[in-house]
Design a protein. Structure first.
Ligand code: MN
Length: 229
């Protein structure tokens, strides 16, 4: 008999279905848009993507209000295109990769940018800046049969003001390339979710802000920032 009641990650709604996606692991691609890599002062690696992870209990559903997080004074939005794995995937060839996807959704990779800067400067892991409570926000999932990744617009507004506006065609590593690469290192499982990186225009948010993000063809995402605890 397990002793403790541990948090269970919320499940994601699915467009046009009463089923829910239960969240497995959360993988995030770093620096997957040239202009964002440049604004961060980073260099793009065209050879292979790199990754960090978030704990599934960091999941928040679109529509929520979350408190301004602990330990930061530079809390940033990163609007991202995400996909959900729907079949076991190990050493998948790029041409077979789209076949293991269950669906697609909007996501926010919320980031404590000041802590990330410290981590980069001191060559430490990114966990404190990326994998923290309420840091992974997801919209409803659109099934793969109803969406084909192409040159869809990806955008984010804060209090109605445009902050990020780009196209997912600008991704350096495509969805099939990411699956082919990531499945060399992990046995991907149904429910695993991959965030594919953010375009340029990341920036800080404050208590009281309302974030609305979208990708053409997918359900939009909305998040309200509450006061700090
Ligand atoms: Mn990101």
């Amino acid at each position: 008999m397990p002793l403790f009641d541990l948090p269970v990650p919320p499940t994601l709604p699915i467009v046009g279905s009463d089923d829910r996606v239960n969240v497995g692991r959360i993988f995030c691609v770093g620096r997957n848009y040239e202009a964002h890599a440049r604004e961060m002062g980073g260099v793009v690696d065209r050879e292979a993507p790199f990754y960090f992870t978030k704990h599934p209990t960091a999941t928040v559903l679109s529509g929520a209000t979350i408190p301004y997080p602990l330990g930061t004074s530079d809390y940033h939005h990163e609007m991202e295109f995400a996909f959900v794995i729907g079949a076991p995937a190990f050493r998948v060839a790029p041409e077979d990769a789209l076949g293991v996807i269950y669906g697609y959704c909007c996501a926010l990779d919320m980031t404590r940018r000041d802590l990330q800067a410290v981590a980069k400067d001191k060559r430490r892991p990114w966990d404190l800046s990326k994998d923290f409570e309420n840091s992974a926000i997801f919209g409803a999932v659109t099934r793969a049969a109803d969406f084909v990744p192409g040159d869809q617009r990806i955008y984010l507004t804060v209090n109605g003001q445009s902050r990020q506006d780009a196209t997912i065609a600008d991704m350096i590593h495509s969805v099939p390339a990411i699956i082919a690469d990531l499945s060399k290192y992990y046995h991907l499982r149904p429910g695993d979710i991959v965030l594919t990186g953010t375009p340029e225009g990341v920036g800080p948010v404050q208590a009281g802000d309302v974030l609305v993000g979208g990708i053409d063809g997918l359900a939009p995402i909305e998040l309200r920032i509450g006061v700090a605890e």
